[in-house]
Design a protein around this ligand. Structure first.
Ligand code: AP5
Length: 215
């Protein structure tokens, strides 16, 4: 099963991706996590993109194509994968189609902007694993500490109001056309597309996704 998660920043893609990946045993491929890893490891790509990510700008397609191409060739992707954060532009969607990477399901998370801001500002992350928390909606057992490893949680550098504004603009300008593309793909029977009401709580959305994936 090949699944794509679409949605604005903070709409819950990463949270639900962790659930799907764990329950359906398919790898969770988050381009945001992959790019942050490049930055943390101070690779050539990381040095090139760190200023873009901190400002909330999109990273150029050629870098994404390179990373995605090599990741989905890995053995664990043979039975499918879950793409979180890729594609997010029309050109990235067309890249998958042109390379005959056949997608089964697109889940598009819809959440109003005022809610997204609260979610992002309260988000905490365990960087080595990508585990996500929220100070109000999904607090760790011990404040500021990862439940599993006992290590410190951090805030993402791009989780601030000025970078968020830019991320929302990028989403409107570049991801909305991609959503329209997938709605057309559904109409011609190339894949299944579902709009998910991301306002519901995390468990309710888990259950809804479970029903969709059982179809
Ligand atoms: P990326 O890391 O993908 O960030 P994003 O798309 O902005 O999405 P987020 O990770 O912020 O949100 P999310 O939807 O995963 O929400 P989450 O589950 O964490 O990308 C970062 C940057 O990398 C981009 O800005 C860009 O520069 C670059 N990049 C990445 N991919 C790229 C691409 N393809 N092309 C070009 N550039 C690219 O939830 C948020 C918070 O809310 C959490 O704290 C969570 O606990 C909480 N929460 C989640 N669901 C609920 C709920 N239902 N109710 C209450 N709280 C909830």
């Amino acid at each position: 099963m090949k699944i794509i998660l679409l949605g604005a920043p903070g709409s819950g893609k990463g949270t639900q991706a962790n659930y799907i990946s764990h329950n359906y045993n398919i790898p969770h491929i988050s381009t945001g996590d992959m790019l942050r890893k490049q930055i943390n490891q101070k690779t050539k790509i990381g040095e090139e993109i760190k200023h873009l990510i901190s400002k909330g700008k999109l990273v150029p397609d050629n870098i994404l194509f390179l990373l995605i191409k090599s990741r989905i060739k890995e053995k664990d992707c043979q039975n499918g994968f879950l793409l979180d954060g890729f594609p997010r532009t029309l050109s990235q969607g067309i890249y998958l189609k042109k390379n005959n990477i056949k997608i089964d399901i697109v889940l598009n998370f819809h959440v109003p902007k005022n809610i997204l801001i609260e979610r992002i500002i309260g988000r905490m992350i365990h960087l080595p694993s990508g585990r996500l928390y929220h100070n109000k909606f999904k607090p760790p057992k011990k404040e500021g500490i990862d439940d599993i490893t006992g290590e410190q949680l951090t805030h993402r550098k791009d989780d601030n109001l000025s970078s968020l504004d830019y991320r929302f603009l990028e989403y409107k300008k570049k991801t909305i056309p991609l959503i329209k593309f997938y709605i057309r793909e559904k109409k011609i029977g190339n894949l299944n597309y579902y709009k998910i009401e991301g306002l519901n709580d995390i468990k309710q959305i888990n259950n809804l996704i479970k029903k969709i994936l059982q179809k």
